[in-house]
Design a protein around this ligand. Structure first.
Ligand SMILES: Nc1nc2c(c(=O)[nH]1)N[C@H]1C(S)=C(S)[C@@H](COP(=O)(O)OP(=O)(O)OC[C@H]3O[C@@H](n4cnc5c(=O)[nH]c(N)nc54)[C@H](O)[C@@H]3O)O[C@H]1N2
Ligand SMILES: Nc1nc2c(c(=O)[nH]1)N[C@H]1C(S)=C(S)[C@@H](COP(=O)(O)OP(=O)(O)OC[C@H]3O[C@@H](n4cnc5c(=O)[nH]c(N)nc54)[C@H](O)[C@@H]3O)O[C@H]1N2
Ligand code: SF4
Ligand SMILES: [Mo]
Length: 738
């Protein structure tokens, strides 16, 4: 007898678009996954990765039970034994070497799991280590720093209001393939087409004629790493030609004169050669943006992962301010998230702002940014002896052996650790080095609410997903694993009562947020536990919340959960000055650290440029380093190929389909090349996250077509010194035939 089919709604946790999915199941099986038509935010859109949630759920290589390494081999153990071992190893190490001896490395999927995002902070605090590393410094830290300095909080990031936009400049992003980043915008393609259909213009600035460039009215190839120069010259043009018109924002700005001063040398003629974009084109880009009724510049990873990434990210918003497009409909606007947004908490209009460098890394002295140290400093902190040396590592959904520069060095460093534990769902390139792996559940077994992405969404919304399948009995959720490690780190033991610990954590939060009302609020939340309780608190005390009765009809978790397609909270609305959290209560146009680094950029303008460099690439059917084991996505043409401009190929004597050796400073890869007129001459494009041929991993499907690791070509000594971000764009390489 066949079981009845049931229907579930689930937000896709695989990328930042956060599409609503309709998952049909029969018993324990997934029958189908489709875009949820009733989703108030994504309205039925999905990409091919969504269907891979079924593969992921069923993947025989996905870990279900803890793995403990004994005599060099992994064996399955029970949860109690696993945590007892963690306690046995971690506690003496902390006692002997201190808190900083344990490092944390947290990766991208954590941003997509409320369990991990909300409870990682508990572990970091309980551990008290300064050695916290994350994918943020391989990615968006420059944008967060620039936003923090300008608007007062790290997540006060302005995003294009694309549905009302008429002129969109996309620089260093490829949302047609990535589905958007630091900008939650499902179905970018349809929205870009609609923009053009209503007479708007899409302009793309990218060394490669990307999928997004293919959709655009204009594409300007740019030499990798030179975006800060281009953007500075655009801003210079606005000042020079009297096009600076901040409009409504005028009284809320600070530093306009200093900014004008600092930009003085950056004429289009001065930077044209470096950017490989002609001066009249640069002037035209500035004039068109100024002339647009509604428009903005959107910059993403290509503008972040470079030496002047923070400066470039800052200048993106400077241009939006100068042209009157920041915080204006159709421009770059700020979401008002229903939960967890710092820019909706506390007194409106000003705040403490952001501070960096509260501590520094031991070996290189890199400043702390947003509570983190640069991922590029992790290896040296493990390798370099002396007080404060990292002796143990906890990875949380993080695969730095593939995702960080010089993975070979990191792999060797991991082998020298006294203890390593990984919260991860695979035995892969990084976790093979662990002594203990603690697996999390399949996303379909987990409840979900996006903690971060509604803060970056092109429209306000609140959506919650209940688990599709009942979690396996006896199997802890990831927040419980994090809390148990927290208990161990705090000396409370592996068998500490998690409920008590969770209550204490909440009481702490409440004390900060609700003050005198803490007792009553705790009472009102009494029916819930774990992340759901934190979520209910955040929703109810948030800007759209019921205020625990003071705003009847406002949001509660109960209300959000009862709406299967979520709750639409309308288009973005102007939020300046209310959302500002800078000490001055103004938009800071000229933060001193950025002005200083702009001068450094000027000093480096004439530096000799390498003849051949490599950049990264994202493709719809792949996602960073961990989805290559899913058959739905693994099939089809080989994806880990290098795109090479025909002139560069012919110089190396290479033809289409040949195998070539691409070498960086510390490593080399051998890979198939594809001749591509999409590339600008002197630039090779290779995707990251590949290289699944390392011994000891358990990724049966991925190993069949392992690809090569782009990060073996990256130099782990170079970074954007302000944000600590790695330089992943424009690494010098050589190309030769095999
Ligand atoms: N050269 C180059 N390098 C890059 C980039 C680039 O563009 N070029 N991009 C960078 C960027 S933007 C990022 S974000 C990083 C990403 O790099 P990482 O942060 O390392 O993330 P992933 O490569 O996605 O690896 C995710 C890990 O989490 C595990 N995982 C997946 N789901 C779960 C789960 O539910 N629970 C737990 N506990 N674990 C899970 C996976 O098995 C895998 O080990 O890579 C960066 N590296
Ligand atoms: N399918 C898929 N989707 C993903 C991911 C994935 O791996 N696969 N990863 C997710 C993650 S973690 C992130 S952070 C986002 C990133 O999302 P995006 O920021 O959109 O990242 P990319 O698609 O890599 O696009 C970056 C673009 O910058 C260009 N570029 C490289 N160097 C430079 C430069 O110096 N200057 C300029 N102007 N352009 C440059 C590249 O050619 C590329 O087209 O994507 C997310 N979505
Ligand atoms: S674009 Fe694809 S991977 Fe991203 S959230 Fe939507 S369905 Fe999931
Ligand atoms: Mo990322």
């Amino acid at each position: 007898m066949s079981e009845a089919e049931s229907r579930h709604y689930r937000i896709c946790p695989l990328c930042e678009a956060c599409c609503g999915l309709e998952v049909k199941t029969r018993g324990e099986r997934v029958v189908s996954i489709r875009g949820a038509e009733n989703d108030v935010f994504s309205a039925g859109y999905l990409c091919p990765k969504a269907y891979a949630l079924k593969d992921l759920h069923e993947d025989p290589d996905r870990l279900r039970r803890p793995l403990l390494k004994r005599d060099g081999r992994f064996v399955e153990v029970g949860w109690d034994e696993a945590f007892d071992e963690a306690e046995r190893r971690l506690v003496p190490l902390l006692a002997e070497h201190g808190r900083d001896a344990v490092a944390l490395s947290v990766g991208n999927p954590s941003a997509h799991k409320m369990s991990l995002l909300l409870y990682f902070a508990r572990l970091a605090k309980g551990l008290g280590t300064k050695n916290v590393f994350s994918a943020s410094t391989l990615d968006q830290m420059p944008k967060q720093l620039a936003s923090g300095l300008m608007f007062g909080h790290w997540l006060s990031v302005a995003v294009p209001d694309i549905e009302r936009c008429e002129h969109l400049i996309v620089i260093g992003a490829n949302p047609a393939a990535s589905n958007g980043s630091m900008w939650t915008v499902p179905d970018f393609r349809a929205k870009a087409r609609a923009l053009r259909a209503r007479g708007g213009r899409l302009v793309v600035i990218d060394p490669r004629r990307s999928e997004t460039a293919e959709l655009a009215d204009a594409h300007h190839p740019i030499r990798p790493g030179s975006d800060a120069y281009l953007l500075a010259a655009m801003a210079w043009t606005l000042f020079e030609e009297g096009l600076v018109r901040p409009g409504r924002l005028e009284p809320h700005l600070q530093g306009l004169d200093e900014l004008r001063q600092a930009l003085q040398p950056f004429t289009p003629e001065a930077v044209a050669g470096r950017c490989a974009i002609a001066a009249p084109v640069i002037r035209g880009l500035a004039r068109d943006l100024a002339a647009a009724g509604r428009g903005c510049v959107y910059g993403r990873i290509g503008t972040c992962t470079q030496r002047f990434g923070s400066v470039a990210s800052w200048l993106v918003d400077v241009l939006n301010v100068l042209t009157g497009h920041l915080d204006a409909p159709g421009g770059a606007m700020f979401a008002k998230a229903a939960a967890f947004a710092q820019n909706t908490m506390g007194p409106p209009g000003s705040g403490r702002g952001v501070t960096t460098g509260r501590w520094a890394s031991r070996v290189s002295g890199a400043p702390e940014v947003f509570g983190e140290l640069p991922m590029n400093c992790l290896a040296e902190e493990i390798e370099t002896p002396g007080p404060g040396q990292v002796k143990a590592l906890i990875t949380v959904a993080s695969n730095p052996v593939l995702s960080a520069p010089n993975g070979a060095r990191l792999a060797a460093a991991f082998d020298s650790l006294d203890f390593m534990v990984s919260l991860d769902i695979y035995l892969n390139e990084t976790t093979r080095h662990a002594d203990l792996i603690l697996p999390g559940p399949s996303p379909l077994d987990d409840a979900h609410y996006d903690v971060a992405f509604p803060q970056l969404s092109h429209r306000n919304h609140a959506r919650y997903s209940a688990p599709v399948f009942a979690p396996e009995p006896g199997r802890p959720a990831e927040w419980q694993n994090l809390l148990r490690l927290t208990a161990i780190a705090r000396g409370l033991g592996a068998r500490a009562d998690l409920q008590t610990l969770d209550d204490e954590g909440l009481a702490d939060d409440l004390h900060r947020r609700a003050g005198a009302n803490a007792g009553a609020v705790m009472q009102a939340l009494a029916g819930r536990r774990g992340p759901e309780r934190l979520l209910d608190l955040a929703l109810r005390s948030g800007p759209w919340g019921d205020g625990f009765g003071t705003r009847p009809g406002g949001l509660t978790l109960e209300r959000v959960a009862a709406a299967p397609g979520g709750i639409d909270l309308g288009p973005l609305e102007p939020r300046i000055p209310e959302m500002l959290r800078t000490p001055s209560g103004k938009v800071e146009l000229a933060p001193p650290a950025l002005l200083q680094d702009l001068q450094n950029a000027w000093a480096e303008l004439q530096a000799a440029q390498p003849p051949l460099v490599v950049i990264g690439r994202r493709e719809v059917r792949s996602n960073n380093s961990w989805m290559h084991n899913l058959p739905t996505l693994a099939k089809g043409p080989e994806r880990c190929v290098a795109l090479v401009h025909p002139s560069d190929a012919s110089r190396a004597g290479l033809a289409d389909g040949d195998r070539a050796r691409i070498a960086g400073r510390d490593g080399a890869v051998e890979v198939k090349i594809e001749l591509s007129a999409q590339m600008m001459a002197g630039v090779i494009s290779l995707p990251h996250g590949w290289g699944h041929s390392l011994a000891g991993a358990r990724l049966g499907v991925a190993a069949e077509r392992p690809g090569v690791n782009l990060n073996l070509l990256m130099d782990d000594r170079v970074r954007d010194p302000l944000s600590g971000n790695a330089v992943l764009s424009g690494a010098p390489v050589t190309l030769e035939a095999l």
